[in-house]
Design a protein around this ligand. Structure first.
Ligand code: NAD
Length: 506
């Protein structure tokens, strides 16, 4: 299939025997490759450089593929679907479990690749890889539990049967900020259901995706079941959305691009899963355990340098504990060291690129101009003279309705802290956004726990808990944060079509 469009190379790009090498020096420049139909194919239409955001070094190149190469990958996935959909769920589970096992065994290498290209500190990079493997393991089992129904018929001798069948080829488009787990969270469900996948990872962090592809090959996934295409986002995106063979788009990324893909998919009436941006509130009531809330906020705000979709965007603190909470928080924030992803003492790594740092500079300037007080941080910094870093920043004296730091998704290490008086007021403020992904609140009053959980217009609520993301839970948003759920038993359903068979037994 690939003779005209794709040029293949012989060897896989990653050397698993040398993990230490990757921790120090990644160099993929010799082989800009993609993985299509079980083959490593090389760039024929130019390449894109990939930067280490901590050092500004170019650590490799990827093919700058266009529509023709995406079409070739879709064709491979469509062909593979015809046989993959007929395999037994137990067979698929076995291969998926092997994939997960190999991810776990190679976690140090995979974590190094991830941290090098994404800039997150190594402990988080390796942690993400282990979490990615849990998604694969979870869906290996979930695929074996796809049940239909037999419904009492409308007439004697007529049986109403419901069966579930894999939907077809899935176009998967993923963001840079979780370059491994955002892939497995969707791909494992799709593959377990019997679908095949064409993945377009972010061009900022493509090597984790290619490494996953190499492991999938080692685990025994047949050619064409999992394909990776990098390059021109718009060209590959429109190849996926316009192809009739692609029956579902699973997208994780910004609301802006999600809306575009939604529009583009109308022509072929695809199913869509959209995991989009957030604007999470973190509410501290006066009866909360303040120390615990502040500790959890460190994770909920500054993990991955504030660049997660469920990161706290706005912190609300009840007026009578405001000063006390702020003092506890600032003491903790000042211990967060900004540093290279491979510096074991660093807690905050790099932002993804210069544009991300510039966005933080502008958000802080906007807050300052409108009367905000910078309690700590507030500046772009370099580590050893290099990289895209920004200090962990806390802003008070915040005007919620006018400041960009409250009105926009920050996606960075800046935190506005807003004072509130009543429960009614804070719920209204928290909900006054078109985003609806994650939300958090802290209170020891059980009645308030129920009331506020129900009142928050968000797809996910953490009550006295900020570590809300895990494979057994349905992850996703309402309003402009997206459609559908990933993870949990709900996450496999979007990869299945329901078919009703009306069977006459007469
Ligand atoms: P992004 O939307 O810029 O990019 C996401 C992916 O879409 C990338 O692979 C990119 O190359 C691709 N893309 C860009 N333009 C495209 C086009 N015209 N057609 C097709 N594909 C295109 O997002 P990002 O900067 O990579 O990630 C950050 C955003 O993702 C934030 O808004 C964050 O909240 C969101 N996010 C959401 C979740 C979730 O589960 N809800 C998880 C992680 C990140």
């Amino acid at each position: 299939m690939s003779a005209k469009v794709l040029q293949t190379i012989k060897n896989a790009p990653f050397d698993w025997k040398a993990p230490a090498k990757y921790a120090k020096q990644l160099n993929f420049t010799k082989q800009p490759v993609n993985f299509i139909n079980g083959e490593w194919v090389t760039a024929t239409t130019g390449t894109i450089p990939v930067e280490d955001p901590c050092t500004n070094d170019i650590i490799g190149h990827i093919p700058n593929f266009q529509k023709a190469e995406a079409d070739a990958a879709i064709a491979a996935a469509a062909t593979a679907f015809e046989s993959w959909k007929e395999t037994m769920p137990s067979h698929r589970a076995k291969i998926l479990r092997k994939w997960a096992t190999l991810m776990n065994e190679n976690a140090p290498t995979l974590g190094s690749i991830l941290s090098r290209e994404g800039g997150k500190v190594l402990a988080e990079g390796t942690g993400e890889v282990l979490n990615s493997a849990v998604f694969v393991d979870f869906y290996a089992s979930e695929g074996e539990r796809v049940y239909g129904d037999i419904i009492p018929g409308p007439r004697p001798g007529v049986q109403t049967t419901v069966i579930k069948q894999p939907i077809g080829v899935v176009g998967l488009i993923t963001p840079w900020n979780f370059p491994s787990s955002m892939i497995t969270r969707a791909a494992a469900g799709a593959i377990a259901a019997g679908c095949t996948v064409v993945l377009k990872p972010s061009e900022l962090t493509p090597f984790s995706a290619l490494a996953l592809a190499q492991i999938s090959e080692e685990a025994g996934l047949p050619p064409g079941v999992f394909n990776v295409v990098t390059g021109d986002s718009a060209a590959i995106g429109s190849a996926l959305t316009s192809s009739f063979d692609v029956r579902k788009i699973s997208f994780t990324g910004s609301t802006r691009v999600g809306k575009l893909l939604y529009e583009q998919s109308a022509g072929t009436m695809k199913k869509l899963g959209l995991e989009l941006g957030g604007n999470a509130p973190f509410i501290v009531f006066d009866d909360a355990e303040l120390e615990r809330a502040a500790e959890d906020l460190l994770l909920a705000k500054w993990r991955n340098a504030g660049q997660t979709c469920i990161c706290t965007n706005r912190c609300f603190v009840q007026a009578n504990v405001f000063d006390q909470f702020l003092a506890i928080l600032l003491k903790k924030v000042k211990t967060l060291k900004v540093g290279n992803a491979f510096d074991p003492s660093a807690k905050i790594g790099a932002m993804c690129n210069k544009a991300a740092v510039d966005r933080m500079v502008s958000v802080v300037a906007d807050a300052r101009k409108k009367g905000g007080r910078i309690e700590c941080g507030g500046r772009a910094v370099k580590v050893n003279g290099k990289g895209h870093f920004f200090e962990p920043t806390v802003i008070t004296n915040v005007n919620h309705s006018t400041m960009d730091c409250c009105q926009k998704e920050l996606f960075g290490p800046v935190l506005p802290v807003v004072k509130f008086d009543t429960e009614e007021e804070v719920v209204q403020l928290a909900n006054s956004t078109r985003a609806g992904l994650a939300s958090y609140f802290y209170t020891q009053d059980y009645r308030k726990q129920h009331r506020v959980s129900r009142a928050l217009k968000f797809g996910m609520v953490g009550c006295n808990e900020s570590a809300i993301s895990h494979p057994v839970a349905p992850f996703g948003g309402v309003k402009e944060s997206g459609l559908g759920r990933d993870g949990s038993k709900y996450g496999i359903e979007p990869f299945l079509d329901i078919k009703y068979v009306c069977l006459s037994t007469k």
